[in-house]
Structures are given as C-alpha cells and as structure tokens.
Design a protein around this ligand. Structure first.
Ligand code: SPV
Ligand code: MN
Length: 625
C-alpha cells in the first residue's frame, strides 16, 4: 500500500524519518510528501513525531538557524520578520477557484490553473539548502468530533516551533487513523533568506488557498499570520468545510464568565484584530478557553465550541501590568515564549511599545540596529517595536485558563459577542432581539476602523462582517445564510450581543475606561440567564442604569454616574441611520447573494429609529425610553 511511493524518496528521508512516515499508513499522505519534496528539493528532511525529543530538536534548530535568538529567561526567544513582512498580506492571499466558481467581489481569488501554475513555479527548488520539517497537528482537541488532523510542511524552524506551541500534536492520531485520516495540508517555504535571516524575495510572497483540495501554499514570508498553517490558512479551509457540513468556524475567542453561585457561562466574541479581543478573553477574574478561532457544532440541539488552538499568538503593544496582568505575569515567567518583532535591548531584554514608560534609547529590532528617532527610507519614524509585535505561548502559562479548554465535547455557548472599533455609533454593550436580528445587525453589519494587523492605512472605517471578511472562503451571502440556519436549528439559541470599547465624545476622547469591559461581560452573563431586565431601544436591549451602577461598584469598585451612563448609552439616531444606509448599500452593490432577510431586518431597524426620532429627537436619553 503506497510503500512504493515512499521508497522512491527513502534515501533522501534517511531510515529514521522513513520509519516514522511508514508508521502512518496513508497513501494520500505519502503522495503529498513525495510531491513537495520533489518540487521544493530540500537539503534534508525532519519528520516530527509527538515526542519531547523531536520537539526539542525543532526548538534547537530555530536557534541554530538564527530564526530565533535566546533571551535571558530560560525558554524565551526572539524572532524577527522582515521589515516589509510584519502582517498578513491581504493582497497576495488568494483562493484558487475552478471554472464556474465565484466567491463574489469581496474575496480575492485566482483561476485555479493559473494560480497553481504560478505557485508551483515559485516553489520549484525553493527549499534548496534548507531543512524541511514535516509536522502532524490537530485543529481542535484530539479524540473529538471537532478534530481536524493537519500536516504542515515548512522549512522555517520558527514556524514549526510556533506550531508546536500553538497546536495539539497529532502524530499518534495519524498513526491511529491510518488510511481513514481526512486531513488539511499546508506547505510553507520562507524562501531565500537575507543576512538578517528574514525572507528576501518578498515580491514572490504568496498565500494561495485551495478549498477543494484542502491545501494551502505559502511562500517567501515568515510572519505567522501568513505562514502558520493551522492558524489563518486552516481557518479559511475550516469555514468552507463547516459550511458544507453544517457547523461553524468563527474568528472568536471563547471565555467562561462567572455569575452568581459559581455559575460559569461561556461567551464567544468576534472582533477584528487589535480591537480588544485578546484582552477581553483574558480579563482578570474570568477564564480563558481561546483567543482567536472557535469551531462551533450543534450537539443534541445545543451549540458547543472548542478552541482550534492551545496557545496564543497575541499582540504585545500596550501590554503591561496594568492593562493585562494575566498575560504580563506569563510573559515574565519562565517557559516557552517566542517574542516577535520587539526591541532587543542592550542588556539582552525585550521591550515593546507600552511595556513601560521608560523607552530604551537603542537596541535591535525588525529594522536592524535601532536608535530613538530612527526613520525608515520613506521618512516614517520607527518605534521601538512593531505595532503588530506578538508573543507566542501556550495557554497553560496563563493562570486563568479554563479547566475545560481541552474538553473534546467543547463548552456550551451561552452568548456570542460582536465588537468593533467604532468611534460614534454603537453603544458600549447591547443585546440583540433574537438570533437572526443579532446575526444581521451585530454580526453582518459590523464596521471597524483599520489597524496595524494588516498592511495598509490605519483608522479607516471598514465593513467587517463578523470580523471574518479577511478569511472568508465562501461568498458572504452564503456565509450569512449559513449562520442564520445554524442558529435556527438549535434548540437553545445563544444570545447575541454587540460591544464597542471605542466610543468617543465630540472632542475625540474615549468614553470608557479599558476595564469597563469587565462590567459589560457580567451584564451579558446575567442577561443570558434572565437575571436582569434591560431597556428596549430601536437597535436592541441596553442595560438599565441601576444594574450597571451596582455592577460597576461590585466589579470595579467604581461609582458609575448617571451622566456617564447617559453619554455612553444615548441612542445616536443620525449615526445609526447613516450606518444602516452604508451597510445596505454595500450589500446591494457588492454582495450579490445577500439573503432578503438582511434587507428586511435593517429596514425594520431603520423604521424603529425614525419613529423614535419623531418622538424623542436625534439623540435619545436612555432614561426616556
Ligand atoms: C489576526 O490578525 O486576526 C491575528 C493574528 O489573530 S494573525 O495570525 O496575523 O492573523
Ligand atoms: Mn485573529
């Protein structure tokens, strides 16, 4: 069975690697491995099992190959990506589509034949002189209905090391599954490296996704969002797989929020990158299950969710003892952590923007030797660390990890939150009227200002449906319909909320403190169990002042004033109407398969807003409702 195929590369593999591969009896795997070894032509190959020895080998290679630099604290290392390789490359991320297939105007796509030819041409001999790593990993917990086995091929020991931190290993699972393994495949090559050990041929950076074959190719880049197969590449494949099979994959954290009598309620939250997603999932006093991607299934009528990962690839900017004490503590303890694109200071420590007030004068960062005031060739000031600098660590280093984070049955979903960076329209927290209203007005209508997590200009208001647009592998309309149907088929539907941590006053000052989100979480938890009432507005259900006053006192020991409440929870009718017009226009013009229900629900919302305006004026004080 397939042994002949593997025999052809037995010499290249060496006995040990050959044996490791042979132990997995899967012909598709052999075909895959042989094809890409022959095409990319690595100098040597390493097959990674689940053993500690193999894990150590990859870690060691990352340092030997200078893709990671050891730091003072045992287990800590530093990795740099190239100066122009600091975020996801949306422009060169494309879906391969067969003739007759169309993902719509919002999704970057390329004809399958043309794309395949191009990427295979780029990949020809790309691993010359490199070592190839073959890893077996699992998306979601192993031994579970959620498990998706994955194979990663990469020549970057940094990428391989990151995956070991971020995902459950699954070599043994592959051995067990044998021919029955239906797996995702990822092929990555960082390509030629320059003298700083970063990808040199950025103009040939490509991330091409094939949802028919469940394979993703990534070349000439090192940045994790482009390269770590099980992260965003797998996310895209899983969205498509879920849509075909009746389950969801979402850009969501999962957390347990505690309520009265030690009750734990699980909330999932989708926010675009750098809009408070990770910091919400990590608030002190609550429990984290995951901070980026969730798979959700209908199990006996109940929505249940797992984290696809077991680690975090978190933003460092602004992280300090005050803003995120839990992550801060983990970052300051021993353990395996990769810091990427931070500043290496002269005393061998790392610094990132916002770590402390004392900014080092010099050091080394993603731009090379760095000094305060340094500018790049376009005249832009280079801060000590890149805004998208990140840390890669296992969730187990966080003291508030939920004990059920690895549960093969997942956790029950009590509520879903959609949040964005919105300066002037949405209130800080609001519940939708029901599942469909929530999917349409909170999820599908989400807008957010752009951030440094993607290449391009920051601070521009953008359409960000479900915070997932960057990853959608099926047309938006189909995706929205799929979300609606998923909820309709549940016996017990999670409540859907919208949050906005970024509301500003006329002078441009934020109206909320960063810790206020703790109160919103508690309020949502109570609402899920109908333990508090709310106030109906034209756009949803908002908290009553008395409940927030009590919660602010209990949770933050803060006196929450009526004036603050009024300013934060005023219904801003003109802004809400403008938002509906913007959203309707986008769906009319750019989403050919928009379900009718979306227009109906937004039209109704508009009527409610107009009616309320006639009675109360443009800006409605919540006490009047
Ligand atoms: C995000 O940008 O949404 C992230 C980081 O979670 S990345 O891996 O780059 O996608
Ligand atoms: Mn993300």
């Amino acid at each position: 069975m397939g042994d002949d195929i593997l025999s052809s590369i037995r010499g290249r593999l060496g006995e040990e690697n050959y044996k490791k591969l042979r132990k997995i009896r899967n012909k598709r795997l052999y075909d895959f491995v042989v094809t890409y070894i022959e095409l990319m032509n690595p100098r040597s190959i390493f097959v990674c099992s689940d053993s500690d020895l193999d894990r150590d080998y990859i870690r060691k290679r990352a340092i030997e190959r200078k893709e990671e630099i050891p730091l003072k604290t045992p287990g800590h290392t530093l990795h740099f990506d190239g100066y122009y390789d600091q975020a996801r490359d949306k422009k060169n991320t494309k879906f391969l589509v067969s003739k007759g297939m169309d993902l719509g105007p919002n999704i970057n796509q390329i004809d399958r034949e043309i794309g395949e030819r191009e990427i295979h041409e780029i990949m020809k001999n790309i691993m010359k002189g490199h070592e190839m790593y073959i890893l077996f990993l699992s998306l979601g917990p192993t031994n579970s209905e959620f498990t998706i086995p994955c194979v990663q091929i990469t020549d970057s020991p940094y990428v391989a090391h990151s995956e070991q931190i971020l995902y459950r290993t699954a070599y043994d699972e592959f051995v067990k599954l044998g021919e029955g393994a239906d797996f995702f495949r990822f092929v990555h090559s960082e390509g030629e490296l320059d003298e700083n050990f970063v990808s040199k041929n950025i103009e040939k950076r490509r991330i091409y996704i094939d949802t028919e074959e469940n394979i993703v190719y990534s070349t000439n880049t090192q940045y994790g969002g482009n390269t770590i197969g099980l992260k965003k590449p797998a996310f895209r494949l899983a969205i498509n797989k879920g849509a075909n099979e009746g389950w969801l994959t979402e850009h969501m954290f999962i957390m347990g929020v505690s309520g009265p009598n030690n009750r734990i309620t699980y909330l999932l939250g989708a926010y675009p990158s750098m809009c408070g997603k990770t910091s919400t999932a990590m608030v002190v006093g609550e429990r984290i299950v995951g901070d980026d991607i969730a798979m959700i299934r209908n199990i006996d009528g109940e929505a249940r969710a797992v984290n696809t990962e077991k680690g975090i690839f978190g933003i460092l900017e602004g992280i300090n003892e005050k803003t995120n004490p839990i992550l801060w503590k983990a970052l300051n303890s021993k353990g395996e952590i990769i810091f990427s694109n931070v500043l290496l200071t002269e005393d061998g420590d790392v610094f990132w923007n916002g770590k402390s007030e004392k900014i080092p004068e010099r050091g080394r960062n993603h731009s090379g030797e760095w000094f305060l005031g340094k500018r790049d060739k376009d005249g832009n000031k280079i801060p000590p660390s890149h805004k998208n600098a990140r840390c890669t660590l296992e969730l187990s280093l966080l003291e508030n990890l939920d004990p059920r984070y690895n549960d093969p049955d997942g956790v029950p979903v009590g509520g879903i939150i959609y949040g964005g960076r919105d300066p002037d329209t949405s209130v800080p927290v609001e519940e939708s009227f029901n599942w469909v209203h929530g999917i349409i007005t909170k999820g599908a209508s989400l807008e957010s200002e752009t951030t440094a997590a993607t290449l391009g200009k920051e601070g521009v208001r953008k359409f960000q449906p479900m915070a997932i647009l960057d990853f959608l592998s099926i047309p938006i309309g189909r995706y929205i319909k799929h979300n609606i149907n998923f909820g309709e088929n549940l016996k017990k539907k999670p409540k859907i909320f919208g949050v906005n941590y970024f509301l500003k006053d006329k002078e441009g000052n934020y109206l909320n403190d960063i810790l206020d989100k703790k109160v919103w979480l508690k309020w949502m938890e109570l609402r899920i169990h109908n333990d508090v009432s709310g106030i109906k507005t034209p756009t949803g259900i908002i908290p009553a002042y008395e409940d927030l006053k009590r919660l602010f006192k209990e949770v933050l020991n803060k006196d929450y004033s009526k004036d603050d409440y009024i300013e934060q929870f005023t219904v801003r009718v003109p802004e809400n109407l403008r938002k509906i017009d913007r959203i309707v226009e986008i769906y009319k013009d750019k989403v050919p398969d928009t379900p009718d229900i979306l227009f109906k629900i937004l039209e109704k919302q508009k009527s409610r807003l107009i009616e309320a305006r006639e009675k109360f004026g443009d800006y409605i004080n919540p006490f009047e409702l």
